[in-house]
Write a protein that binds this ligand. Structure first.
Ligand code: NDP
Ligand code: MG
Length: 401
């Protein structure tokens, strides 16, 4: 239904893959999918930020032509780690290296699994270069959705969702016309605290917040799930992927994480996509689309599955979700400010310099204080991101409730 996903429908025999964020949760699960289909992938690029130990192991196994690491110092450590008889690999560094690697002529498919704002520029460059981009990095669309949409319209690039909810919606929309779609319904696990009394939120520890009930993910998105900012970011991601107005994007808490999302249609019908919570399924679909490749991923067990619960989210208890709706409504640089303030606040929480409830407080204060600029360029977004992070660092927040 949307222009973003529709540039071309080819199904190449072998995908020449650049995997950005290879050492992370989505990155390593992508390589598990690649292991299942060795003839269908040629891994050309692998990247990490710091974890050159894991990257070196991946290089030995997948033999890419190029890697990217976060700094010159890490690049030197990476090279020391390779055995003398290791195959030649080009080593690039930093944000420029990521952009160069994502636009190489020997790459067809880019899987964007860097975490945070750092993922925006290489994904944008890849789309501009006409690549097929399988996108996990939701912050790219939260911050730069308008720029990505423009690049998709102007060129041959193509975007496929990896995030499980958006993959579910994408699958529900198959064969449907835009006119018949009523609402998108994003499901949310609710994270570890959806039924915890709000009065006790001030006591939440980092360890408790990192203990997600259904999904095993990187630290940043796990904290975002606990605050429900993750769902807020996903509402913004859905707006850009599917071009649906914000008042037609609903969120439902569904603690079992079996229904990955739903679409309701003009005739009252609702389509849902179900499955065991396993990121390898949406990762594989984004890489195999339009085909489905037979794979041994865990199946739903109908004898075990006794009930599916749904309830409306409590926006007073989880203010991050409302903040995200408001930022989307405000438009311009507001989602970039929301995202940057959130990334900075989550970093502070993980470092135990901020309490759990300070995360939405910090985001709200920074959003209140920074002016919103309409129609931002990439440079404007970078400036808004930098300024929002600086404001969080300056906030006089106590490391308590
Ligand atoms: P992780 O933290 O597990 O992995 C992040 C990856 O990005 C690592 O390879 C990391 O390298 C690299 N990285 C971190 N910072 C930078 C930087 N500044 N520049 C370049 N590379 C960097 O994250 P996840 O895999 O959990 O998430 C990745 C993205 O996918 C996020 O945007 C998340 O919201 C999204 N997503 C994740 C899901 C999941 O199940 N994990 C589900 C749906 C979406 P290093 O290892 O060296 O630090
Ligand atoms: Mg998700």
């Amino acid at each position: 239904m949307d222009p973003l996903l529709q540039n071309g429908t080819s199904d190449p025999e072998s995908r020449r893959l650049a995997l950005l964020g290879a050492t992370g949760s989505v990155g390593t699960q992508t390589l598990e999918v690649v292991r299942l289909f060795p003839d269908r992938f040629d891994v050309r690029v692998l990247t990490c930020h710091q974890n050159v130990e894991r990257l070196a192991d991946q290089v030995q196994e997948f033999r890419p032509a190029c890697v990217v690491v976060g700094s010159v110092e890490r690049a030197e450590a990476f090279e020391r780690m390779l055995p003398a008889d290791a195959p030649d690999v080009r080593v690039l560094v930093g944000p420029e290296g990521l952009c160069e690697a994502a636009t190489r002529s020997d790459v067809d498919v880019v899987l964007g699994a860097v975490v945070g704002f750092a993922g925006l520029r290489p994904v944008l460059r890849a789309v501009e270069a006409g690549k097929q981009v399988a996108l996990a990095n939701k912050e790219t669309l939260v911050v730069g959705g308008a720029l990505v949409a423009q690049a998709l319209e102007a060129g041959d690039g193509r975007l496929l969702p990896v995030d499980s909810e958006h993959s579910a919606i994408f699958q529900c929309l198959a064969g449907e016309s835009e006119r018949s779609v009523e609402d998108l319904v994003l499901t949310a696990s609710g994270g570890p605290f959806w039924d915890r009394p709000a009065e006790t939120f001030g006591e939440i520890t980092v360890e408790e917040a990192l203990d997600h009930p259904n999904w095993s993910m990187g630290a940043k998105i796990t904290i975002d799930s606990a605050t429900m900012m993750n769902k807020g970011l996903e509402v913004i991601e859905a707006k850009w992927l599917f071009d649906v107005p914000v008042d037609r994007i609903q969120v439902l808490v569904h603690p079992q994480s079996i229904v990955h999302s739903m679409v309701s249609f003009a005739d009252g019908a609702v389509k849902a996509q179900l499955g065991v919570p396993d990121m390898k399924v949406p990762i594989q679909y984004a890489l195999s689309y339009p085909a489905r490749w037979p794979a041994p991923h865990e199946r739903l067990d109908w004898d075990e599955l006794s009930r599916l619960d749904f309830e409306r989210p409590d926006l007073d208890k989880f203010p991050c979700l409302q903040l995200a709706y408001d930022a989307l409504e405000a438009g311009g640089t507001a989602p970039a400010i929301l995202n940057a303030a959130n990334e900075a606040a989550v970093g502070c929480f993980l470092d135990e310099q901020m309490g759990f409830r300070d995360i939405p407080r910090a985001v709200e204060r920074v959003l209140e204080r920074l002016p919103v600029q309409a129609d931002p360029t990439l440079e404007d977004l970078v400036a808004a991101d930098t300024e929002a992070r600086r404001r969080v660092e300056e906030l006089p927040l106590p490391a308590s409730n």
